[in-house]
Design a protein around this ligand. Sequence first.
Ligand code: AKB
Length: 314
Amino acid sequence: MTKILLTGACGQLGSELTLRLRSLLDNEKVIASDIREPQGALADGPFEYLDVLNKKDIAGVIKKHNIEQVYHLAAVLSAKAEQNIELGWKLNMEGLLNVLGLAKENSLDRLFWPSSIAVFGPDAPKQETPQNTALNPTTVYGISKVAGEHWCSYYHRRFGVDVRSLRYPGLVGYRAMPGGGTTDYAVEIHHKAISGEPFYCFLDEDAMLPMMYMDDAVEATIRLMQAPEEEVAVRTSYNVAAMSFSPSEIAAVVKKRVPAFEIIYRPDYRQAIADSWPDSIDDSPAREQWGWKHAYTLEKMVDDMLQHLPEKAG
Ligand code: AKB
């Protein structure tokens, strides 16, 4: 049975994917790795301290566990990368190149790497942004994702590495806090609603962005990784979409469930990042080629978040 390594496993997406893969396979088959300490359920399976900038160490872990598939998730997100552009570029690019090189050298069966809606910039259509359009990002994170997509496609074409990728929208989930993203407000809003504190939103009330609930993101990732090779025609990265909303729209849904909830808008430098990204995404190639479909709407997502967060805190 396949043995899997996840880098960045303590992150927002990594922690969810690790737990889901462990529920699908045997716990021992899914090796989590990060430079951070694993917390909670994540600590109930094999774990390796791993810095993705250290290729030798990654090679050692691949050999030690006979790894066949890697989910390379370690990354610096958009807002943090704008504040430390060298780190954003170095970690996102060198980390990916290390893993692509090792996938080739070890003839790995499959590799997953996350891209983002950040590949798009002001030149792309704002509504229903298509799979193939101008990719002129204005952020370091976006530049690293465009370059990364082309490296993935190059390794696939030149060396036959079966690397697969999704352009995630903003991800919302309750298990782990995101860190350093522009879409993170959509997670924090639920935490503040539960704690009874006012929520100071760092984006404008009408900053429309594509978003996705974590269960859908995990489902999309696993579905893409399980798809037969011939169904995966896009070897840069697939657009995937579920919903789009603005801070005022999600705040209205939260307020219906938590009437005392209060939101105050204090847009900062992250508003310019949000302004450069699409309002909504056309993901028809993913739907047509490997059967992607989402399950969560805005209302269903807010209900699930507000139900699970207190359980988690308690
Ligand atoms: C971010 O906000 O940086 C990420 C993303 C959209 O890739 N959530």
